[in-house]
Design a binder for this molecule. Structure first.
Ligand code: NAD
Ligand code: IPM
Ligand code: MN
Length: 348
């Protein structure tokens, strides 16, 4: 039966890298004879401009009915003072679809090991996953903004913590079986409940190891000894910050894909970075984050492991040839890089 993919290009480089992702996806559709239909919808700033809301009703309906969703990136200075910012649309979409588990893999392709700002011996072979809780915590608590005071409530229910910790263990089971739960349990109540719940859930996974780290020191260890990690599980805000920090290991945010899963319903695949207004409309963004998000979609939503591997190999093969975008010190444009990946796929 035909599978429906909703594509949300969004804003800034979102639209540029979505073009790249869809070119690669369309090539795979032909190559692997996939019965996929792709529908593009407005979202973020493009939703505001075209339909008056960052998450137009039509877009949400299409996403809810889809088999998977691809998102470029949203936001930009144009909408910073909009009554409803693009970012609110993104949070509303995650909440509406129950996308509580955000999976952000971090690895370093051999071709770029020497480009990392960190020591090569610490970077070669890095392979871990940040499992970020995505629909709770301070992002979604009650907010107040006054002239002289403001507050954001951070709250987590036990159920919300249990399901994300379980997800982390399930992933660890397919890997090196080590879960590092990152919190601030020396200060925060939510972290105290988080840590206690992690201990309880760990009992369901006796084949796996659980360790706890405080977020401040985890941020340091991630740079100093990134090979120590297998699966990091953490709350929404810590996961946001730590995963951008993790992009320093391979050397660019433009390399980082992600997947967001719910308990049932479509998953969403998106780069971890934003709309990069500083480089938008110049055809210089690194499209790897989007192309690898397409690969994650094929693997995780459709079980197409071979197709996903082909895309990942083609990207690595292109980088091995020294075809690199500006963020990695190269001169290839977004479209040069995409075309090189396409050519590689065609010749496979
Ligand atoms: P950003 O992630 O957009 O950019 C940070 C830096 O990384 C910039 O220097 C940018 O040029 C660079 N960068 C990011 N992606 C790149 C790529 N593919 N290739 C090369 N370089 C890349 O963060 P920001 O500038 O703080 O935020 C810009 C806007 O994006 C804001 O409105 C923010 O809210 C939004 N945002 C959206 C998402 C999302 O859509 N999921 C994620 C993060 C930020
Ligand atoms: C991300 C982004 C979003 C977040 C923003 C744009 C709301 O930074 O996807 O990492 O903080 O979750
Ligand atoms: Mn972020």
């Amino acid at each position: 039966m035909k599978k429906k993919i909703v594509a949300l290009p969004g804003d800034g480089i979102g639209a540029e890298i979505m073009d790249s992702g869809l070119k690669i996806l369309n090539e795979m559709i032909v190559k692997e004879n996939l019965d996929f239909a792709i529908e593009k919808c407005h979202f973020g700033g493009a939703g505001i401009d075209n339909e008056g809301d960052p998450l137009p009703e039509k877009t949400l309906e299409a996403c809810a009915k889809a088999d998977a969703i691809l998102l470029g990136a949203i936001g930009g200075p144009k909408w910073d003072n909009a009554p409803k910012r693009p970012e609110q649309g993104l949070l509303a979409l995650r909440k509406a679809l129950g996308l509580f588990a955000n999976i952000r893999p971090i690895s370093v392709p051999d071709a770029v090991v020497h480009l990392s700002p960190l020591k090569e011996e610490n970077v070669r072979g890095v392979d871990f996953v940040v499992v970020r809780e995505l629909t709770g915590g301070i992002y979604f608590g009650e907010k107040e903004l006054g002239e002289n005071a403001a507050s954001d409530l951070c709250s987590y229910s036990k159920i919300e913590i249990q399901r994300i910790i379980r997800k982390a263990f399930e992933i660890a089971r397919t890997r090196k079986k080590k879960v590092t739960s990152v919190d601030k349990a020396n200060v925060l109540s939510t972290s105290k409940l988080w840590r206690k719940t992690a201990e309880e859930v760990a009992k369901e996974f006796p084949d796996c190891q659980l360790e706890h780290q405080l977020v401040d020191s985890a941020a340091m260890v991630m740079i100093q000894k990134p090979k120590e990690f297998d699966v990091i599980v953490t709350e929404n805000l810590f996961g946001d910050i730590l995963s951008d920090e993790a992009s320093v290991i391979p050397g660019s945010l433009g390399l980082m894909p992600s997947a967001s899963h719910s308990e049932k319903g479509p998953s969403l695949y998106e780069p971890i970075h934003g709309s990069a207004p500083d480089i938008a409309n110049q055809n210089i963004a690194n499209p790897m984050s989007m192309i690898l998000s397409v690969a994650m979609m094929l693997r995780q939503s459709f079980g197409l492991e071979d197709a996903a591997k082909k895309i990942e190999l083609a990207c690595n093969c292109v980088m091995d040839k020294g075809i690199l975008t500006k963020d990695l010190g190269g001169t290839a444009s977004t479209s040069d890089f995409t075309d090189a990946v396409l050519e590689t796929l065609k010749s496979q």
